[in-house]
Structures are given as structure tokens and as C-alpha cells.
Design a protein. Sequence first.
Length: 116
Amino acid sequence: MEGLEDLGCFYEDFSLRTWSQGRSYCQSIGGDLAVLDASADFLRVVDYYAAQTAVSSIWIGVYNTVWLSGRTPSSSEWYGSEPNGSDLCVDLRNNYGFLLGDTGCTSIKMSLCKAP
Ligand SMILES: [Ca+2]
């Protein structure tokens, strides 16, 4: 994505899928749901989406409060009181300022993939 090339090769899948379907799709193209290795890198992605008006919510590679890499997000990566429920899947949502929020895994959203 423009301005984020140094963070890796991102791919936005605009098809609406559940979190698991989104992950499967990302894996089918040789990547996975996007994982950011550092808080500062993730906050750059947040800023990228904050400048987008067409995106409402997008799946990302956080499950059960942990990035798929095993990294625990810092509190600054979560929106407000998130994570706040028993929901295991995590998205970036426009009305949360594109910070992390846990939500139901069967919602359908676009997906942010990243190549390894
Ligand atoms: Ca939540």
C-alpha cells in the first residue's frame, strides 16, 4: 500500500468474507491475514486507513487478543476498552479509528492480507 512498502507486501481483498474465510483467502495467495511486527508499524497502517473514507471495517491477523505471529498488542493498538468480550476475531473499524477491536468471527468484511 502506498507509503507502507517498507512494511511488506499488503493486499486488500475487497470480497466480503468471515475472518476464517479471509484468512484462507490470504493463505491461498501465499500470505496470511496481515501481521505487523511492531506497534509503530501497526499505527502507520492505522493512519493509512484513517485517510480512507471508503473502508468501514477490515479483518486483520489478530486472533484471541494476539497477533498471529504471537506478539501481544500494546494497549495503544486497541481501541478504547477493547478487547472487551469473548469474541476471538479482530478487525480495524472506521468508527474505532481503525484501531484493533474484537468482534464476532462470522461477520463478513474485507480482509487485509500480507505476504511473508
Ligand atoms: Ca469488542
